[in-house]
Design a protein around this ligand. Structure first.
Ligand SMILES: NC(=O)c1ccc[n+]([C@@H]2O[C@H](COP(=O)([O-])OP(=O)(O)OC[C@H]3O[C@@H](n4cnc5c(N)ncnc54)[C@H](OP(=O)(O)O)[C@@H]3O)[C@@H](O)[C@H]2O)c1
Length: 469
């Protein structure tokens, strides 16, 4: 009998199954399309702990009780399709782990439905792409605590390890696992856009070659800015197209695609009332990039694009590095503030220290900065925003003038920097005790009688806002 079953042999499912089996847990696999299972098992070495099955009945009856089932299928309708087939075959005490990028509200709906049949449904965020799934992902488990405890040994065995600790953890009740993974992806959107903006400043703005830009990213990678995304940036920029001899990255169409997790993060942040402007800007930037035809037309209509930034290259690069650093810090700050507030509002009971600990290894947004953030949550577990930690505040104060000066210079050219701009506005707004929102309140009261509060006395007030009245 198998310890666990896995449905869905896409790239993630195949690699996760191989990882689980390599850790000594026998795993049964099933895929809707039979040929995929056949091709997968043909490639397996003899004696592998992977058992192919070709119907859901065969799959379920090959599992130890209580049964553990992992779903690794496309998010959305496919998860419901599979559950429609599986639920009648499962029963009291069985646990289903949805490891795809499902929307956390869908997860909560499924949890309620399956709980009525005695089945525990867990929403699990798995990050690290196909390589992570195979060698050690970051695993964010949410749902009933018993559902995590019961198979904790397996999650900890297959996850990445940092400082001898597994990057697998319990993120909280109900949809918390998928919520944390969604926000992880939102931060990932902001960081990817930030790298693209830095590349644009260096190449179009400062006229540097791709090789020279790669060298700057290499220096950042080897410094306190080091991160997985910088590692793969250095690699990617060094790849040359065999056909043309040009850097391959320059031959890639400038239309960024998306699968929805960034958009969900922005939408949810609006619902919860937490500003995540870096993430919003990154989602909008992807949408703008997808409007290629409109951009081509506008380029013709407006003409005169000048991308070269005036000034000394070395000086600008010295500003770019701290600017990048602060934009990255604020991206994590916004995502973490969202998780923290959502946990409070939705009653997830998420421990922020556990979130940042599972992000240290295996996942796409792993970075040296997370060690500083861990220190902040160790000092104050209930921190509302990491920018309120003394050490991080000191760092942000030091970096801010460079971001401001860089953007002042960049704005002399046609170089869009939506995430860097959002980062500067975020920190500038956060540190302003008084914002111009009083003007908005006055106008809302004028046209909609929405009332306003005063700074000098308590209560709600209404005025006509007409001169002389
Ligand atoms: N790729 C990544 O780097 C990554 C990273 C983290 C998380 N994820 C998430 O992990 C999940 C799996 O991703 P993936 O990239 O491996 O592949 P995918 O293309 O998202 O999903 C492929 C799997 O879904 C199955 N499937 C699709 N529609 C189905 C349906 N209606 N009923 C039953 N099965 C159906 C496919 O079965 P057939 O073979 O029969 O079509 C196949 O096994 C997704 O939720 C994805 O968002 C992916």
């Amino acid at each position: 009998m198998s310890y666990v079953g896995l449905v869905g042999l896409g790239v993630m499912g195949e690699n996760l199954a191989l990882n689980i089996a390599s850790r000594g847990f026998q795993v049964s696999v099933y895929n809707r399309t039979r040929e995929k299972t056949e091709r997968f098992v043909q490639r397996l070495p003899r004696g592998s702990a992977i058992v192919p099955t070709y119907s859901l009945e065969e799959f379920v009856s090959s599992l130890e009780r209580p049964r553990r089932v992992i779903l690794m299928v496309k998010a959305g309708r496919p998860v419901d399709d599979i559950l429609d087939g599986l639920a009648p075959l499962l029963g009291e005490g069985d646990v289903v782990f949805d490891c795809g990028n499902s929307f956390f509200r869908d997860t909560e709906r499924r949890q309620e439905w399956l709980a009525r049949r005695g089945i525990t449904f867990m929403g699990v965020g798995v990050s690290g792409g196909e390589e992570g799934a195979l060698k050690g992902p970051s695993v964010m488990v949410g749902g009933a605590p018993s559902g995590f405890e019961e198979s904790r040994a397996m999650w900890e065995a297959i996850a990445a390890r940092v400082d001898n600790e597994p990057c697998a953890g319990y993120m909280g009740l109900r949809g918390a696992g998928h919520f944390v993974k969604m926000t992880h992806n939102g931060i990932e959107y902001a960081l990817l856009q930030l790298i693209a903006e830095s590349y644009d400043i260096m190449t179009r703005g400062l006229g540097m070659s791709v090789e020279d830009a790669a060298q700057v990213f290499r220096e950042w990678r080897d410094s306190e800015l080091g991160s997985y995304l910088l590692e793969i940036t250095v690699d990617a920029l060094s790849v040359v197209d065999e056909e043309t001899g040009k850097p391959l990255v320059e031959l890639v169409m400038d239309r960024a695609e998306q699968k929805g997790t960034g958009k969900w993060t922005s939408q949810t942040a609006m619902d919860v009332g937490v500003p995540v402007p870096n993430i919003d800007a990154a989602v909008s930037a992807r949408i703008m990039s997808s409007l290629k035809e409109q951009r081509v037309n506008a380029a013709r209509l407006y003409g005169g694009v000048r991308t070269r930034i005036e000034g000394d290259r070395r000086e600008l690069l010295e500003l770019l590095r701290p600017a990048y650093s602060l934009a990255a810090i604020t991206s994590y700050a916004q995502g973490l503030a969202l998780i923290s507030e959502a946990s409070r509002e939705y009653g997830y009971g998420t421990k922020m220290l556990d979130v940042v600990k599972v992000w240290r290894g295996g996942c796409i947004i792993r970075a040296k900065l997370l060690h500083t953030i861990i220190g902040a949550y160790e000092r104050e577990p209930g921190l509302v925003n990491i920018l309120f930690d003394d050490e991080i505040a000191g760092l942000a104060r030091e970096l801010e003038p460079s971001l401001r000066e860089l953007l002042r210079r960049v704005k002399t050219a046609h170089i869009p920097t939506p995430v860097m701009d959002a980062a500067l506005n975020y920190i500038t707004s956060l540190r302003r005790e008084r914002l111009p929102a009083h003007v908005i309140q006055a106008l809302r009261d004028r046209f909609g009688a929405h009332e306003y509060e005063r700074v000098d006395k308590p209560g709600r007030f209404h005025s006509s806002w007409r001169p002389g009245s």
